[in-house]
Design a protein around this ligand. Structure first.
Ligand SMILES: Cc1cc2nc3c(=O)[nH]c(=O)nc-3n(C[C@H](O)[C@H](O)[C@H](O)COP(=O)(O)OP(=O)(O)OC[C@H]3O[C@@H](n4cnc5c(N)ncnc54)[C@H](O)[C@@H]3O)c2cc1C
Length: 498
């Protein structure tokens, strides 16, 4: 669709809504952004959400055992009253409720448009506004904030026979609660963060479980526990909660050291994981199959106390090869082994490195964000992209952490965007685009920081690294604190007026 046609369509559309800021996505990032805008008294913003409810990751991932794997007390908004978490690693339903409560308490509902999928967001070069076409109407916005998540587009196995499987086959992020599990034969494809939470739960009631694993994960003890009433009561005091949150964050943040390159920290975490494996898997053959051949930290280090024991149960089989195809009612592994099953759970991850939403964003001169990112995601400050004026990406390029809370990063980005909005508010005619040079310089900085890290040197394939460029495009290669130091404050210097 060309610019003129889009503009004409928008003008004719009786459902045209004109706002200052359009936020796409009502997950942790979109709700956080909306809260900060509402608290600043900004009226004219909308949150466009394709689903029937808010919550993003925590609305969609409803599988048995779903929980966060950073302490919940650092997985909460620092600008909201402390959350009353029941345990160290809160379960997903609790987090989903926390997000719904945030929307209610902050009075965000009037701003949120549910069942509203953004099909195209196009920068109109003439008006210097974003025309956002959705399934329920069109929004004209000065600023576009994308908060569509990096783990929001499930990736099903791309093998023959998936469509013909006669039983239940579904992705872990779209749990089918009517699927046969109790007394059934179940296959779990994948051994990532979701699978290690799901398998122990399924092992409790299924007749048999087979777990297909292309590469085994590194796993360290989890040590979850419920908080006592006294611990929960003490947390109502905001300064106590804040101090504790800062400590938990700082404790977790040092753990990046082991990923930044060889050294004592790397040796120690590897030894910790191997010790966990030795203690939990007495069978030497199974232990051999479960010992990763790549360096620890190259992929996400998982936390679990019940995955290895579940694999040791007589009705659970660990199949050390990938799913090759589905043949009728059997899953067939790359090793040739066949397993007849009633239900297949695809815990096969997400389209993370290529952010499918980028195909729907059209910047200056008609270039899509997907075209701009055809060799992998790049940005300035992990938030702005050359060619896409007055657009900010939350939880996008090099803004994730493998070792600490995503929310810390998201809040840092929200601060950055608020700074940009202040600059824009001071001059209604202003339209800001980050320069190509600034973006290239930032990209070089990321590459230098990433050079010796285990993510690039650890001998694994992971979604942190773009397969096209072999660059680290998902993770910030450093501490969360260093991300905030680098990117927490907006400056107009690397931008030009469009
Ligand atoms: C199972 C699981 C466990 C995790 N555990 C942790 C953890 O312990 N700690 C941690 O730090 N991180 C964890 N993560 C990462 C998690 O995704 C982030 O922490 C965080 O929830 C991301 O929030 P978000 O708002 O950026 O994205 P999301 O929560 O994915 O929200 C994006 C929203 O955008 C909407 N959307 C997408 N496209 C469109 C469109 N075209 N139009 C309208 N709306 C659209 C989606 O429907 C969704 O509601 C986990 C992820 C998963 C999948």
């Amino acid at each position: 669709m060309n610019d003129a046609r889009t503009a004409t369509r928008a003008a004719e559309d009786t459902r045209l809504e004109v706002v200052d800021v359009a936020i796409v996505g009502a997950g942790l990032a979109g709700i956080g952004m909306a809260t900060r805008l509402a608290r600043r008294g900004r009226d004219t913003f909308v949150v466009l959400e394709r689903a029937a409810d808010v919550g993003g990751t925590w609305r969609d991932n409803r599988y048995p055992g779903v929980a966060c794997d950073v302490p919940a007390r650092i997985y909460e908004y620092s600008f909201r009253p402390p959350g009353d978490w029941s345990s160290l690693f809160a379960d997903g339903h609790e987090i989903a409720r926390y997000l719904r409560d945030t929307v209610r308490d902050e009075g965000l509902a009037p701003h949120i448009r549910l069942h509203t999928e953004v099909v195209e967001a196009r920068f109109d070069d003439e008006q210097r506004r974003w025309l956002v076409a959705t399934t329920t109407g069109t929004v004209l916005a000065r600023v576009l904030v994308t908060a569509v998540g990096r783990l929001s587009e499930p990736r099903l196995p791309d093998v023959d026979g998936v469509d013909e499987f006669p039983g239940s086959l579904f992705h872990s992020a779209a749990w089918d609660s009517s699927a046969p599990i109790e007394g059934a034969a179940v296959a779990v494809v994948g051994t990532g963060a979701s699978a290690v939470q799901i398998v122990p739960q399924l092992a409790r009631s299924a007749r048999s479980v087979v777990v297909l694993s292309r590469t085994p994960p590194w796993i360290v003890p989890r040590g979850n526990r419920r908080y006592s009433d006294e611990e929960r009561r003490m947390r109502r005091d905001e300064s106590t909660a804040r101090a504790e949150r800062d400590d938990l964050f700082a404790d977790a943040d040092v753990n990046v050291r082991e990923r930044l390159g060889p050294g004592d920290e790397l040796e120690q975490i590897r030894e910790k994981a191997l010790g966990h494996l030795r203690r939990q898997v007495p069978d030497a053959r199974l232990r051999g199959l479960l010992t990763p051949s790549y360096e620890i930290g190259c992929k996400r280090i998982l936390l679990s106390d019940d995955f290895y024991p579940a694999l040791g149960e007589p009705h659970v089989t660990f199949e050390p090869s990938a799913l090759a195809r589905i043949d009728g009612d059997a899953v067939v592994a790359a090793s040739g082994a066949r397993y007849t099953v009633d239900t297949v759970v695809a815990a096969t991850g997400f389209f993370a490195t290529d952010m499918p939403f980028a195909q729907r964003v059209v910047g200056r001169g008609g270039t899509t964000l997907a075209q701009r990112w055809s060799r992998g995601m790049t940005s300035y400050a992990s938030t702005a992209v050359h060619g896409f004026p007055d657009m900010f990406v939350l939880d996008g390029p090099n803004a994730a952490l493998g070792h600490n809370s995503a929310l810390y990063m998201i809040e840092t980005q929200i601060d950055y965007v608020l700074g940009a909005l202040d600059t824009l508010a001071a001059d209604p005619g202003l339209c800001l685009e980050v320069t190509e040079d600034a973006e290239a310089e930032y990209t070089r900085e990321i590459d230098t920081r990433a050079e010796s890290t285990v993510w690039l040197r650890g001998g694994c394939e992971s979604w942190y690294v773009d397969p096209r460029s072999h660059r680290l495009t998902l993770l910030w290669p450093g501490t969360g604190a260093s991300f905030r130091e680098r990117n927490g404050r907006f400056s107009a210097a690397p931008y030009r007026q469009v």
